[in-house]
Ligand binder design. Structure first.
Ligand SMILES: C[S@@+](CC[C@H](N)C(=O)[O-])C[C@H]1O[C@@H](n2cnc3c(N)ncnc32)[C@H](O)[C@@H]1O
Length: 270
């Protein structure tokens, strides 16, 4: 019996990853600490640059053997460290895309000595040429106006008009505001819309997604909603409780009760 599937373990990913068999994961979709000094109830985002990069290399090397030969990896990063980490990953995998997540930050104030940063950088990497990728599952439908504008005879029956367009590599999706119904009590929760796009494109139905740094559990919720399996880790017990609550009510837009991070008893430990 599989004891690790569809579980989020409330423990250090580097310690727990040994329970996942090699070659069992279709997609590693992960959003590690960016090392920008945030407080996740632990020191993971407050490391020296040398320690952060050494730690990143350590978990990358622990995680990659878990991927199937035709598996893929998406990693959320900031421009501050994506150059070094992309080079690190390019020595191990093939880079397919740098996706820019435009967080739709409104134009107010911001930096005065540089340009205000309003995006996250996501690297999409694959193991081999025959990697799984289902573009049709994530095409964006043309709106009625565009379809109408393309109603001239040369466009009639055009397959691309019917099936929708490739989402491209610039994704403009608003970050989750406090008032957003999806929002829970985690400082860097990612929108389901972008995580679900990655899951649908790069993990086959019934396949398995691994996230080493679950946070509020967005990857697990997205996998569950899309009919995929998940497994992952989260250090902070309060976030583990949020994950458990979100997974218990996926149909209700994955909303969980708001809680302050603390040091409560682990909820999902084996
Ligand atoms: C950027 S957040 C992930 C946010 C998540 N994608 C979401 O949508 O909520 C990174 C998370 O990694 C957790 N973390 C840091 N180091 C960890 C480790 N060694 N093992 C497991 N989790 C860790 C932090 O507590 C934090 O919640």
């Amino acid at each position: 019996m599989t004891t690790w599937l569809n579980r989020v373990f409330c423990e250090d990913a580097l310690e727990g990853i040994a329970r996942i068999p090699d070659g069992s994961i279709d997609l590693i979709l992960t959003d590690p600490p960016y090392n920008l000094g945030k407080d996740y109830g632990n020191a993971s985002d407050q490391q020296t640059v040398a320690d952060y990069l050494a730690w990143t290399e350590q978990w990358v090397d622990a995680a990659l053997p878990k991927l199937k030969p035709n598996g893929s990896l998406y990693i959320f990063l900031t421009w501050r460290f994506s150059p070094e980490i992309f080079v690190m990953l390019k020595q191990r995998m093939t880079m397919m895309n740098e996706i820019i997540w435009d967080r739709r930050v409104p134009s107010m104030g911001g930096s005065t000595r540089s340009f205000t940063s309003v995006h996250d950088t996501v690297g999409f990497f694959v193991n081999r040429k025959d990697y799984y990728f289902d573009l049709d599952a994530v095409r964006i439908p043309y709106d009625a106006e565009t379809k109408k504008a393309r109603s001239r005879s040369i466009f009639v029956g055009a397959k691309w008009l019917e099936v929708g367009y490739n989402p491209k590599d610039l994704w403009s999706v608003s970050r989750l505001h406090r008032e957003h119904s999806e929002r829970v009590d985690h400082p860097t929760q990612k929108p389901l819309e972008i995580i679900e796009r990655m899951v649908k494109a790069s993990c086959p139905p019934g396949g398995t997604v691994l996230d080493l740094f679950m946070g509020s559990g967005t990857t697990a919720v997205a996998a569950q909603r899309c009919g995929r399996n998940f497994v992952g880790f989260e250090l902070n017990p309060a976030y583990c409780e949020i994950i458990e609550a979100r997974l218990a009510e996926p149909a209700a837009d994955a909303k969980a009760p708001k809680r302050k991070p603390g040091r409560k008893a682990p909820a999902l430990q084996e």
